[in-house]
Ligand binder design. Structure first.
Ligand code: ADP
Length: 633
């Protein structure tokens, strides 16, 4: 016996230990999902074999009928799941089933809520499916041999607890993997043909491989002869069936298989395209965001098949980045079987498919928004911020994506983002030609922004933006249905025809009347402001800051500064409201020192009111306290 062949005991990696502990001790609801996970792995192993055999048919070893077998033994209390897929060699077994250091594992553990039901739903999403075996078994054995390896290169893996596993080399004549589950005493119900059949039907019917079991013996007499095999599932690739032949439940189960999500999808779209291009797509909109939605390196994309042969997971060329939450399958009849990621990137047919699939998804979303607003609200909650990346990434579909966006606005003054641009336009005032918005760090700052005062008074609706991507989004949106977007915190507030001649006249007069005041404030704040002027924005507040027309918005500036990026220096315009009693007082102040203190305080307050932080807060506090003392004297 070589050293290799000897039995070796190894410790699990810490995270694997925690995971096992969880499976063994705390998951009691929905236990039957272990079978779905193991069948799904077996099916993936068959896909991998088929793919590798495209360039090396010897891997089939004269056995190209791929299938999954489920056996059970009532006496021994075991269930065995076998496949003749790609199999694993000794190193792979250790790597995949033992010392896993997969990115998902740690995040899975971080995401645990302690709620058994919720946690069990996370298992699949984090790619820790194999360990679900321990939901029902306290001892698990794996026998495996990689396709193409010698029979003597089989491997036996065994684990009885949370701390360690053993591996040894064994003879294994047939290629592939067998997993033997030694059931826990409270899970013996699964060593039963009817129970297993119903679970397979429920979760694995759509698997394109046959799932085979021994026929149940009908009576005593038949027990002597070996019962025949039967195929339990439909065993055709679900997307090749016609829509009318697939039930809702089958679509949902298939979604869970491709997405590793445990929740039902919100919607799906299944289509066959024939003509210049010939392909089938089945696209799903999930109900919940995955934990790594904002991780640039996270896997995304569709499962790619060519003529029903699995080619690759995460084919990201078929959809733009802002639709990365879409799960599903695309099966092409045009692509070559040895297509690679590099080829996909260059193929002009892929661009055409990508454009068509993008349109398909956007149409699906439009329909959902129109016909099932409740689902759309869920979608928006989960993926709205990602969709907001769309106008920047996908110029051609800018208007279409914009129609799918939802916002908070002064129409409701609620933080729920549920107002569409079309609804906004419908409510626009006569003579209004712009879509007004304010962007701030959070909803309350946006809602209470002094920049809104004049618009509120005139009952003009303003979109309240506070997501991190918002200012960036608005930088690319520019207009919608020929209506320009206007940041109410930038430049001169131009209300167009909404300002009456009287308004304009009053403004001009006020500006003239307060020329002196403006000049004095300007002199005092010279180092801090670009310009000072009389406002037409404010009705309640004494003063506010305005960003120059071409300058970066305050929210964007703060985000970049927080990220440690250099932001070009630009000073704000300071607008004062001469109607406000504090400004009236300021105007009357003869003592130049006190005038300067008060002007600086108003300037700092305007900064605070829009969610900014002061460069020198202590100086502000000192000035304010001085004034307060004078007041009380
Ligand atoms: P996931 O399937 O999400 O990667 P699992 O924990 O279910 O996570 O499986 C870990 C790895 O073990 C798989 O990625 C695969 O490489 C390997 N594996 C599991 N089951 C099988 C099998 N039946 N045949 C071959 N490899 C398998």
């Amino acid at each position: 016996m070589t050293v290799e062949a000897q039995k070796e005991t190894r410790g699990f990696q810490t995270e694997a230990k925690q995971l096992l502990h969880l499976m063994i001790h705390s998951l009691y609801s929905n236990r039957e999902i272990f079978l779905r996970e193991l069948v799904s792995n077996a099916s993936d192993a068959a896909d991998k074999l088929r793919f590798q055999a495209l360039s090396d048919s010897g891997l089939y070893e004269d056995d190209s009928e791929l299938a999954i077998r489920i056996d059970f033994d009532k006496e021994a209390k075991t269930v065995t799941i076998s496949d003749n897929g790609i199999g694993m060699n000794r190193d792979e077994v250790v790597e995949h089933l033992g010392t896993i250091a997969k990115s998902g594992t740690a995040q899975f553990l971080d995401n645990l809520s302690g709620d058994d039901k919720k946690d069990s739903q996370l298992i699949g999403q984090f790619g820790v499916g194999f360990y679900s075996a321990f939901i029902v078994a306290d001892r698990v054995e794996v026998f495996s041999r990689r396709a193409g390896d010698a029979a003597s290169e089989g491997v036996h893996w065994e684990c009885t607890g949370e701390a360690e596993f053993t591996v040894e080399s064994v003879e294994k004549a047939d290629r592939g993997t067998s997993i033997v589950l030694h059931l826990k005493s409270d899970a013996e119900e699964f060593a039963d043909g009817w129970r297993l059949r119903s679970v397979i039907k429920k979760y694995s019917d759509h698997i394109s491989l046959p799932v085979i079991m021994k026929k149940e013996a009908a009576g005593e007499e038949e027990e002597k002869s070996e019962p025949e095999d039967e195929t339990i599932n439909s065993a055709t690739a679900l997307w090749t069936r016609s829509r009318s032949d697939v039930s809702e439940d089958e679509y949902k189960e298939f979604y869970k298989h491709v997405s590793h999500d445990f929740e039902d999808p919100l919607k799906w779209s299944h289509n066959r395209v024939e003509g210049k291009l010939d392909y089938t797509s089945l696209l799903y909109i999930p109900a919940k965001a995955p934990f790594d939605l904002y991780n640039r390196d996270a896997s995304r994309g569709l499962k790619l098949y060519v003529q029903r042969t699995f080619i690759m997971d995460d084919a990201e060329q078929f959809l733009p980045m802002y639709l990365r939450f879409i799960k599903g399958v695309v099966d092409s009849n045009d692509l070559s079987l040895n297509v690679s990621r590099e080829i996909l990137q260059k193929d002009p047919n892929i661009d055409a498919m990508r454009a068509a699939l993008t349109k398909r998804v956007l149409d699906m979303l439009s329909k959902m928004a129109k016909n099932s607003p409740e689902d759309y609200a869920k979608f928006w909650e989960a993926f709205g911020e990602v969709l907001k990346e769309g106008p920047a990434e996908d110029f051609a579909n800018r208007e279409k994506v914009a129609s799918l966006l939802r916002f908070s606005s002064t129409h409701t003054d609620k933080s729920d983002q549920n107002q569409s641009l079309d609804e906004y336009i419908e409510r626009m005032k006569d003579g209004q030609d712009k879509i007004y918005y304010v962007a701030a760090e959070n909803f309350n700052t946006a809602k209470n922004s002094p920049h809104l005062e004049a618009l509120r008074k005139k009952d003009i609706e303003v979109l309240l933006l506070s997501d991190r991507v918002d200012e960036w989004l608005m930088g690319h949106l520019v207009d919608y249905k020929e209506k320009q977007f206007q940041d109410v915190g930038k430049g001169q507030l131009d209300l167009g025809e909404l300002d009456t001649d009287e308004d304009k006249k009053a403004q001009e007069e006020s500006a003239k009347q307060h020329e002196d005041l403006v000049k004095r404030v300007q002199d005092v704040l010279e180092a801090r402001v670009d310009n000072v002027r009389v406002t037409n924005r404010l009705t309640e507040s004494p003063a506010c800051l305005v960003v120059g027309e071409q300058d970066m918005g305050a929210q964007m500036r703060r985000i970049l500064e927080q990220a440690g990026q250099a932001v070009p220096e630009s000073k704000p315009v300071f607008e004062v409201n001469p109607e406000h009693p504090l400004v009236v007082k300021l105007d009357q102040e003869a003592d130049e020192d006190r005038f300067a203190d008060l002007a600086n305080i108003l300037f700092d307050q305007a900064h605070l009111a829009e969610g900014g932080s002061l460069d020198d807060p202590a100086a502000y506090v000192a000035k304010l306290n001085k004034l307060l003392l004078e007041l009380s004297n």
